[in-house]
Design a protein around this ligand. Structure first.
Ligand code: NCD
Ligand code: ZN
Length: 346
């Protein structure tokens, strides 16, 4: 029986670190186990220019614990007013790694997102030219489309047309949640990647809705049927380089989750690696955990792999706290509803 596992230090290719008191509380949770993370730009107001990205990066670096070895990889929030030249400069200077597309109204703080995709065509063409990846929140926002169908409809109506119209554009389908997402990503060739979250490997929609509503399992894209969760588990554990970890750890205070109209997001930064080791072990694919957490992502982003390693050790179940404290109030940690035997020991 394998009871220790040493892998290259993981990266998180989709992370919400927020700002202010929340940032100060959660930055250490990611820096403890991850070397780098793609930082989501959906602050209020969003990170829309190279100058904003530089300022936000400095606030993140200031929030890290003394001696932390963690590199935030910054992104710009694409709007209909994004200036292609500002974007290209920020990319050339190494200030940003990618650009995030939110369809207007799709999720938390996405009001400045794109409504008319024709208006961002020049920006997308510039990105294809300079090799800057586009990270896509893949859900349509039309009120007549059922929320459980929004990813599949987005692929057909928005993503596929954008990719056909912009040859060479490198795209990451963020936090895929459906078998249609898995299928489209795996057939998309080397210019298409897809991130999968920790929580979507664990929960399906019953966990949110059956036996009482569970706000802490509500996130966007919302978890789908069990058959979709199983497709995600097969994709994540397949070793296929298309798929890599983006936790989408998205902290909200309990006060903001537990409302009549509560916020979407699961906070998984702290216990993600224990959960993933458990999932990969259950699938009989522990030897592929490193591909998912530490190899496929840098390959897609054309960045060097981390040289340092972490070691996970199997033992008695790890007790994670139910929440972390922030100066804005407690944030509940994602509960995977199963004992976690793997902990990061080095
Ligand atoms: C994210 C957030 O809270 O910023 N929420 C979520 O449920 N994942 C936004 C997002 O990534 O969609
Ligand atoms: Zn997110």
């Amino acid at each position: 029986m394998t009871d220790t596992l040493t892998i290259k230090t993981p990266d998180d290719w989709h992370l919400h670190l927020r700002d202010g008191a929340m940032l100060r509380a959660v930055a250490a949770e990611s820096a403890r186990h991850f070397a780098r993370a793609i930082i989501m730009p959906n602050l209020v107001p969003p990170v829309v220019t190279g100058a904003h990205a530089a300022e936000y990066r400095d606030r993140i670096l200031a929030a890290l614990p003394e001696g932390a070895d963690f590199t935030p990889l910054m992104t710009l929030y694409l709007t209909e007013d994004t200036d292609p030249d500002d974007l290209a400069r920020a990319h050339a200077d190494g200030l940003i790694t990618a650009v995030k597309l939110y369809p207007a109204g799709a999720t938390t703080n996405s009001a400045s997102g794109v409504a008319n995709f024709d208006r961002v065509r020049p920006v997308l063409e510039k990105m294809a030219e300079i090799g800057c990846p586009l990270c896509v929140h893949g859900e349509v926002t039309d009120s007549e489309i059922d929320i459980f169908d929004r990813e599949a409809v987005f692929i057909e109506r928005v993503l596929d047309p954008i990719r056909r119209a912009t040859p060479g554009l490198r795209v990451v389908m963020e936090h895929i949640t459906t078998m249609q997402g898995v299928e489209y990503a795996s057939e998309g060739g080397p210019e298409l990647g897809a991130t999968i979250t920790t929580h979507h490997l664990v929960i399906n929609r019953n966990h949110i809705l059956a036996g009482g509503i569970k706000p802490h399992y509500y996130c966007l894209p919302v978890a789908k049927r069990e058959e979709h969760r199983l497709a995600l588990r097969r994709a994540a554990t397949s070793g296929d380089p298309t798929f890599f970890l983006g936790t989408d750890s998205a902290p909200h205070t309990d006060a903001n989750k537990l409302l009549p109209c509560g916020c979407a997001g699961c906070f998984t930064a702290t216990n993600t690696l224990s959960i993933l080791a458990e999932v990969f072990e259950a699938e009989g694919t522990l030897d592929r955990l490193e591909s998912f957490t530490s190899i496929n992502g840098p390959k897609f982003y054309r960045l060097p792999m981390n040289e340092k390693t972490i070691t996970l050790t199997k033992g008695d179940p790890v007790e994670y706290p139910s929440h972390i404290d922030t100066d804005d109030g407690p944030v509940t940690m994602f509960d995977p509803m199963m004992p976690l035997h793997w902990r990061v020991t080095r």
